[in-house]
Design a protein around this ligand. Structure first.
Ligand code: NAG
Ligand code: NAG
Length: 278
């Protein structure tokens, strides 16, 4: 009987502990960058909404730290409207929004929705236009889904609900740029015509929802950037150096069945990385 009660109590503690762990509050890892009252913290700090309208534009937030590696994640639910021209984003880049640093090369690894279409893009040493666009296998406006970007010194990989959809291998030995400088995380909602044309403002306001503000990443300390390559961080360990066979199969599947645009198909944009990153 005692053992029975002890195991019930143990189970209750496990449940409480695991549900607490799932909730990292917005303020712990992020702060607002722009948009004034278009960012609303919800659910006691566990959620954030970002709003876009014609009068005042959108809003965004940024991580409190810079990082040298990590397995970045967020859960997003994008606006459920005709969202042509509306961009809902989660991305890594090296300089703060609107504050380019002279002499620093631009690196950026993006997850962006162009309306309901899923876009991934890379800026590597100032060069962008490396988009791969997908129609996801679910409706991203209907509920929260998990979006992740893995970054270690071997690869950058994008995951949707845990499934690999894109990879950018470290191919520096083939002349392909790869970041070794600090990156931080940003997220935003805004409008631009490249995301499907002019916005239908009669549908406004557009609201995106974010949650899961956990930060599995190595804070960049400046003095010793290589510290962030240490295998004491799980995402730097050998099983994260390449995609697993299961992840490789997911990548192949999603490229074949859900990707509708690949910059690699355009010979004026395709780089030496194209034949390796598939
Ligand atoms: C966003 O929409 C507004 C209002 O139509 C427009 O003035 C602005 O130029 C758009 N922004 C971009 C980046 O296209
Ligand atoms: C999004 O996908 C639709 C097809 O579902 C397509 O008509 C549209 O051009 C795409 N938008 C962008 C910006 O790629």
């Amino acid at each position: 009987m005692m053992a029975y009660f002890a195991s019930i109590i143990f189970l209750v503690f496990v449940l409480i502990f695991s549900s607490c762990r799932a909730q990292v509050k917005f303020d712990k890892n992020y702060k607002q960058t722009w948009g004034e009252d278009h960012l609303t913290v919800t659910d006691g700090g566990n959620g954030v909404s970002l709003m876009l309208n014609e009068q005042h534009g959108g809003a965004g937030f940024i991580s409190l730290s810079d990082f040298g590696s990590g397995f970045f994640e967020i859960e997003m639910k994008i606006p459920n409207k005709n969202t042509n021209g509306v961009i809902t984003s989660f991305y890594l880049q090296e300089v703060a929004f609107g504050k380019p640093v002279e002499g620093v090369n631009h690196f950026e690894f993006d997850i962006e929705f162009y309306g309901r279409n899923f876009s991934t893009n890379v800026f590597a040493k100032d060069q962008g236009h490396r988009e791969q666009l997908f129609h996801l296998w679910f409706d991203p406006t209907a509920g929260f889904h998990k979006y992740q970007i893995l970054w270690n010194q071997h690869q950058i990989a994008w995951f949707v609900d845990g499934e690999a959809v894109r990879i950018w291998k470290n191919l520096q030995h083939r002349g392909v740029a790869f970041p070794s400088q600090p990156l931080h995380v940003e997220a935003s909602i805004w409008n631009a015509t490249f995301a499907g044309g002019n916005v239908d403002w009669s549908q406004a306001p557009f609201t995106a929802f974010y949650k899961d503000f956990a930060m599995n990443a190595c804070v960049y300390q400046g003095s010793n950037p290589k510290e962030c390559y240490s295998e004491k961080y799980y995402w730097n360990q050998k099983q994260y150096w390449t995609l697993t066979p299961a992840q490789q199969a997911q990548l192949t599947n999603h490229r074949k069945n859900h990707m509708y645009f690949d910059y690699c198909s355009d010979s004026s944009k395709a780089g030496p990385e194209c034949k390796f990153n598939q």
